[in-house]
Design a protein around this ligand. Structure first.
Ligand code: GRG
Length: 299
């Protein structure tokens, strides 16, 4: 269940980021056509768009420039789409299904899927460097590029993925599991919140710290819920193979804490996220709804 306000907010933001991505990605006929088709397939085939929603929600809490938000939301979704394409490859999780459709390498072949992921990553940084972002200062753009690069790189998402690969079949304790997820999934979610906030000139240090703490909590909560859904969800509901973590002998929150303990951990993180928004009024409600959604989602 989600509040009707979140459904309306999400529908508007999804529509905005999907139109922006459709316009920003090279059109289907542009050469090399097969590569651009694979990029569009990976980025435009649905998905919950949680990271763009967080960009818009954080920016909305600070009255940020809408054009800048469209660019930041598209950039972070390009990084996310690239990570899913590479994560699904035979060398990684070897998945056949993503968002209810054949994975990119199943549809286009492995070599093209590698290239589509690479090019989506480059596109993200090109957008932040080049696309019109209203009155945003060049120094702010540079700061956003740095933030996204760190979140996606070896000390962020790619590093988390390396920790994940090394953990397969090993016993991790809860601190090691959290460290892996803070990097693998949490870093990009946390960066999405800050990217949205940076689209507002008015962002001050206290607001930045509060929003960063919010992003850190929901980034981890997202993964706890993902692990819960891997146990409780069906392949049909999830649009990807249910039980995949177990099949790959990956450590998960329900393994370490039990299902009830994992749910409790997700609830705690949600509470801490809400507390970090105490200094904001109703303008931050979409961030509150999104935190609640992240720990209640069913896919
Ligand atoms: C390959 C460098 C590299 C990184 C991959 C993020 C990631 C690291 C892998 C994704 C694998 C995975 C299923 C992680 C669990 C959490 C997660 C990120 C799920 C997918 O994100 P959603 O649920 O997907 O936001 P949609 O389809 O809604 O966009």
């Amino acid at each position: 269940m989600q509040p009707p306000e979140l459904a309306a907010f999400a529908a508007e933001c999804k529509q905005r980021v999907e139109s922006a991505l459709t316009a920003f990605l090279p059109s289907p006929g542009t050469l090399p056509a097969d590569l651009h088709e694979a990029m569009r397939y990976a980025a435009l085939q649905g998905g919950k768009r949680v990271r763009p929603l967080l960009v818009y929600a954080a920016g909305g809490a600070l009255n940020a420039d809408p054009q800048a938000l469209d660019v930041a939301a598209s950039a972070v979704e390009c990084i996310h789409a690239y990570s899913l394409v590479h994560d699904d490859l035979p060398a990684m999780d070897n998945d056949d299904l993503r968002r209810g459709q054949p994975t990119c390498h199943r549809a286009f072949g492995e070599a093209l899927a590698v290239l589509a992921g690479d090019a989506l990553q480059s596109k993200a940084f090109h957008l932040l460097a080049h696309a019109p972002m209203g009155p945003l200062k060049p120094a702010t753009r540079l700061h956003m590029i740095e933030l996204l690069a760190l979140a996606a790189g070896s000390r962020g998402m790619a590093g988390g993925q390396a920790i994940d690969l090394a953990a397969v079949g090993r016993e991790l304790d809860i601190a090691e599991l959290e460290d892996m997820h803070i990097h693998k999934t949490g870093a990009l979610i946390r960066a999405s919140v800050l990217l949205g906030a940076l689209c507002a000139d008015s962002l001050d240090d206290a607001q930045r710290r509060a929003l960063d703490h919010y992003g850190k909590c929901i980034g981890l909560a997202f993964q706890v819920q993902d692990d819960i859904l891997d146990v409780t969800g069906s392949t049909e509901e999830l649009g990807k193979q249910a039980g995949a973590d177990r099949a790959l002998r990956k450590p998960t929150y329900p393994d370490l804490l039990g299902l009830a303990g994992a749910r409790e951990r997700a609830g705690e993180l949600h509470q801490r996220a809400i507390e970090s928004l105490a200094g904001f009024g109703a303008e931050a409600d979409p961030l509150r709804w999104l935190s609640a959604y992240i720990v209640a989602r069913t896919h």
